[in-house]
Design a protein around this ligand. Structure first.
Ligand SMILES: [Zn+2]
Length: 159
């Protein structure tokens, strides 16, 4: 039995939802390349995408099925914003395919750690946040989930 889990809208007002602690987010190699292209196109601004998919392993893991690149309407190197109407349209389209929003992706020109702004919005969007950043020499993706004020690491599994 698949439980329908809705994520909160990034900039909308929230509504109560069951929040599952997610330990693993599964993405394919082509999806990793897709995220790389999104990052590359957006540079030097932050790139952003919504991740849709399904819950697995008794709601402790998510599998990404669809990635939608979004325009960073903030046009910023330090943060991102999504047009709420566009977001609503994409979410409805994915839901019609039987998918739910399982994550949010964005890139950083800095290490892949949530910024203060990220943490603020993660509190309202307890999906998996993939942050694509850079360490001293290389690109590095990390995933997190913030539940009740506690930041958890989520494993990114390439499948
Ligand atoms: Zn960020």
């Amino acid at each position: 039995m698949t439980q329908k889990v809705r994520s909160l809208k990034v900039f909308g007002c929230g509504f109560p939802m069951p929040v599952h602690r997610i330990w693993t987010i599964r993405i394919t190699r082509p999806q990793r390349r897709q995220l790389y292209r999104i990052r590359h196109r957006a540079t030097p601004l932050e790139g952003v995408a919504l991740l849709f998919g399904i819950y697995e392993d008794a709601n402790t893991a998510v599998r990404v099925v669809r990635i939608d690149e979004m325009e960073n309407v903030a046009q910023s190197k330090a943060t991102f914003a999504i047009d709420p109407e566009e977001q609503f349209r994409i979410i409805s389209e994915a839901e019609n395919q039987g998918l739910v929003q399982v994550g949010i992706y964005h890139s950083h020109p800095a290490p892949p750690k949530p910024s203060g702004w990220d943490l603020e919005y993660m509190a309202y969007n307890p999906v998996v946040w993939i942050i694509d950043g850079v360490s001293i020499i290389a690109r590095r993706m990390k995933a997190y989930q913030l539940i009740e004020g506690k930041l958890h690491s989520v494993r990114i599994q390439t499948v």
